[in-house]
Design a protein. Structure first.
Length: 118
């Protein structure tokens, strides 16, 4: 199962997504034209759209190894992000240009702290 997981997916604002696409993580499948990235536009992208993208990358697709999501975008769908406990794909919350990273909100860091009894 881990052998087929070879892509990084992104749910992020336009600047973050553009930078990651320029770094080479973008992929569009030949047959279904399915992308491994979703651009979040504040005021335009709805919570249901974010939820659908998150569920698609984490539950429906078997080729995603890592999901990078802007922390301020993850806050929009926090119950889904916090409720995801599978090993794959790994979910990493990242900062954006306009929204600094807050380690107190990061679901992975909170789990690690619980493991160490903090």
């Amino acid at each position: 199962m881990a052998d087929e997981r070879n892509l990084i997916a992104v749910i992020a604002d336009e600047d973050t997504t553009t930078g990651l696409l320029l770094a080479g993580i973008g992929q569009v499948s030949k047959d279904t034209k399915e992308k491994n990235f979703v651009v979040y536009n504040e005021g335009k992208t709805t919570k249901p759209e974010l939820s659908d993208a998150f569920i698609n990358f984490t539950e429906k697709r078997s080729d995603i190894a890592i999901l990078l999501i802007n922390q301020h975008v993850a806050d929009q769908i926090r119950p889904l992000v916090d409720g995801f406990t599978n090993a794959f794909p790994a979910i990493l919350e990242i900062p954006s240009k306009d929204h600094p990273y807050d380690p107190e909100k990061d679901s992975v860091l909170r789990r690690v702290r619980r493991l160490f009894g903090e």
